[in-house]
Structure formats: C-alpha cells, structure tokens
Design a protein around this ligand. Structure first.
Ligand code: HEC
Length: 335
C-alpha cells in the first residue's frame, strides 16, 4: 500500500522539490499539515487529496477513497471503501479512453516491447475518426497535418530515456506477473480448503483486493477483464482492452504461446501526460473449469451459487488452454 510519505516523496521527486517547506508551498497545503501526515497524526482530507493527486497525475477520487478506507474504524466500512476503490480503478481506464479524442499512431522504439506489442502515441485533437482506422492508415492519412504533433509526441515518450522507460516497462510486466501468481495461489488454496463452492466467494472478493493492493503499492491501476465476462461491472473490457484481447486471440490461433505475448500502448492523455496501457493474457487452466468450464464440469452447487450472484454470467464453456481474459495495468509516465 502506498504510504502518505511515499506519495509526498513522489511529488518531490517528480517536481524536483528539495524540502517539505517547498512542498507545502507547491501544494498549497500548510507545513503543519504536511508534518502531521508524515508523523501519522492526521490524514489528508478531500481537498488535500485533490492537490496531491493533481501533482501526481492521479485520479483524486482513488486517493480520497483510499484515505477514507484507512480512516474507517470497523472492518465492514473499510471493506466498503475498498470495494469502491476497486470499482473506481476498474472504470478509470475506460474514462481516460473516452477523453482521448484523436489517435496518431507511431511505433516507438524506446519501449522495445515483446512480440505483438504496439506503442501508440495519441493526442487530444478533434480527429476521433482515426480511432476506427488501422494504425498505418491513420498515420499515413494524417502525417502531413500532424507530423509536428507526432514528432513531439514521440520525442516526449523518448525523453525520459530508454533506460527509464524500460524500467517502467519491466516493473509493469512484474506487476502483471505478480497479479497472475497471487490470483492463482489464492484460488488454489481456497479450492483445496473448501472446494469450488467455497472458492467462489474468495474469487469474488480476493481478486479485486489483490488488484487494489498492487495498484496502491505501485501507483498504477491493476484490473482483470474477460473475453466473456462474469462480472458485468468489473470484468468487461473497454475499447483498447478489447483490441488487445482480439490481438491475443489471433496470435494464439497462429500458434504463439500466450506467455510470450503482451500488448502495450502509450497514449498522450494531456499536455504532459503519457499513459502506458499494458495487457497480458490469462489462459484457462484445468482447475478453472470447475467454475468456467462446460455445464458437465460445473457442479450443481457451484452452478446455483453462480446463477444467484451473476444472473448474466457469460464466463462459461471455456476449455483448458483457451484465452480467458487479460490482466490490465495502466499507469502514467511523466515526461
Ligand atoms: C471457484 C470458482 C472459480 C474458479 C475455480 C475460477 N474462477 Fe474465475 N471467476 C469466478 C468468479 C466468481 C468471478 C467473478 C468475480 C467478480 O465478481 O469479479 C470470476 C472472474 C474471473 C475473471 C474476470 C473476468 C470476468 O469474467 O468477470 C477472470 C479473468 C477469471 N475469473 C479467470 C479465471 C482463471 C484463469 C481461473 C483458473 C486459474 C479461474 N478464473 C478459476 C470464479 C472462479
């Protein structure tokens, strides 16, 4: 979980601020308040969260909800805030996407992503028709008008230096891998403990918790989506995630191993902001069929519970080896 010290220090580092006194001036938050946060005497209120989030290009609501959760004294209220936080993070990528009105595509070399990875640099210009065209088409058709933008975009993404981008990329890969590993371990333990009926609850609450805790720890947004979703609020991919899943499907059909492929997009979301969007395939394992397999593989008890919790469940009839979905990591890259 990202601490308040971590957040304040991240602002200092990002904006090359050398003291808490200067930080207080920069944020417009009293020096006494900053000292109180540092000494755990108080936590930032909504107004301070807005200021902190702005300095870090984060969604302020995520911070507000995070601190409300920490403030809560009883477990139930804590859990409620945590759930809201998870929902917020899940919706965040799609909200950001809808803000992007135009796309200028370029393959940037600074990320050197694996296999199918694509880097897209886009700008908030009124050119959203481009979204429906292929990258090459949009690049060719708009290069004369948007060459300067594209160049500044590409330069911007290269500016932090290949080493820094590469380390952000590697950290992102590690976060996705940690999410997959923790999910699988938690599920295995729950299945061994009380069987599939019991594991449903664990899957429902633990998966978002793991995503939330990785998100807070690394200041990113972690989520998971399905090719066919069980949870209609959190499991449905947005546009770019659907594109990533489609690419995964065709690569896997072409014989690529899911473990070797990933999807990367870099989008310019503001004058100074680049958003890195990362997806890694989730493949169905034999043990998953107890809840995502064909009707004969799912026990009547599990079916009953799933029907009750997810009346519009689409996440069934998968076979081991099928693409089940993706782990999603989105983050801001400063430049
Ligand atoms: C015990 C039953 C159970 C098992 C076993 C299980 N899942 Fe799930 N899975 C669920 C439930 C319940 C949800 C919906 C969770 C929620 O509400 O977000 C879900 C959701 C998901 C999602 C999110 C997208 C969506 O459909 O909402 C993915 C991806 C996923 N499961 C993959 C897997 C994989 C891969 C395995 C095996 C490693 C697996 N599941 C095993 C019950 C299970």
């Amino acid at each position: 979980m990202q601490t308040i010290d971590g957040l304040l220090d991240a602002i200092k580092k990002r904006h090359t601020i050398t003291s808490d006194y200067k930080l207080s001036l920069y944020l417009g938050i009293g020096q006494g308040n900053i000292a109180n946060y540092r000494h755990k005497r108080s936590m930032p209120n909504a107004e301070a969260c807005e200021k902190i989030a702005k300095a870090l290009d984060m969604d302020p609501d995520v911070l507000i909800v995070h601190f409300e959760g920490l403030r809560s004294r009883d477990e139930l209220t804590k859990a409620v805030w945590q759930r809201i936080g998870v929902r917020l993070q899940a919706g965040f990528a799609s909200v950001t996407f809808s803000l992007v009105l135009a796309t200028i595509a370029a393959i940037t070399t600074s990320f050197s992503p694996n296999a199918e990875a694509t880097a897209i640099c886009s700008n908030q210009q009124p050119l959203h028709i481009m979204l429906s065209q292929s990258n090459t088409d949009s690049w060719l058709s708009c290069k004369s008008i948007f060459l300067p933008l594209l160049v500044s975009c590409t330069l911007a993404s290269a500016q932090p230096g290949p080493a820094r981008n590469e380390s952000a990329m590697q950290e992102t890969r590690d976060i996705a891998a940690a999410m997959l590993k923790e999910l699988s371990q938690t599920l295995q333990a729950a299945m061994a403990d009380g069987g599939a009926v019991n594991a449903i609850g664990v899957c429902k609450t633990k998966a978002p918790e793991i995503a939330m805790s990785l998100s807070m720890k690394h200041q990113v947004q972690v989520a998971r989506v399905g090719t066919r979703a069980r949870n209609p609020n959190m499991g449905v991919p947005n546009e770019w995630q659907t594109k990533a899943l489609d690419k995964f499907q065709s690569r896997i059909a072409g014989g690529d191993k899911p473990y070797d492929i990933e999807y990367v997009e870099v989008v310019k979301t503001g004058a100074y902001d680049l958003e890195l969007r990362y997806a890694k395939p989730i493949v169905l394992q034999p043990m998953c069929t107890a809840c995502h397999g064909t009707p004969d593989q799912i026990s009547p008890e599990v079916k009953e519970k799933l029907n009750k919790l997810y009346p519009n469940d689409k996440a069934v009839n998968y076979k081991a080896g099928d693409l089940r979905g993706a782990v999603i990591v989105t983050r801001f890259l400063s430049h």
